[in-house]
Design a binder for this molecule. Structure first.
Ligand SMILES: [Zn+2]
Length: 117
């Protein structure tokens, strides 16, 4: 597979799984050398790499509610104010938590736009 044909979400998901010990086909890594992070730890590594080195795309986000990864360019939402949750995948965007947080959105325009739909 050529690098540019890989969907960034799939690629990030693969790293996310890899860091939790799911080794992709075609790789042999000694058991002792295999990473075995928790989902939270794995996500911290990816988040750090994305922010510091841009070796992984920074628009792949992890939902603060369900923990799934998603492509923030094409789905989900970010409510970057107040306390967590900030990131909502497409599915959790339909949930109560999103509506609750959106009610407290300091950006009145965005809030009115959302609730007028
Ligand atoms: Zn979610």
């Amino acid at each position: 597979m050529s690098e540019e044909k890989i969907d960034p979400l799939e690629k990030t998901q693969e790293i996310f799984d890899f860091l939790q010990g799911k080794i992709p086909e075609g790789y042999f890594i000694k058991r002792k050398a295999q990473p075995k992070l928790s989902a939270d730890q794995a996500w911290t590594v990816i988040w750090y790499l994305g922010n510091q080195y841009r070796q992984v795309p920074d628009f792949i986000e992890r939902c603060d509610l369900c923990g799934e990864l998603y492509n923030s360019h094409s789905e989900g939402a970010c409510l970057d104010y107040g306390k967590v949750p900030y990131h909502f995948c497409e599915q959790c965007r339909d949930g109560d938590e999103f509506v609750r947080k959106m009610r407290r959105n300091p950006d009145k325009r965005t809030r009115e736009d959302y609730f007028s739909k």
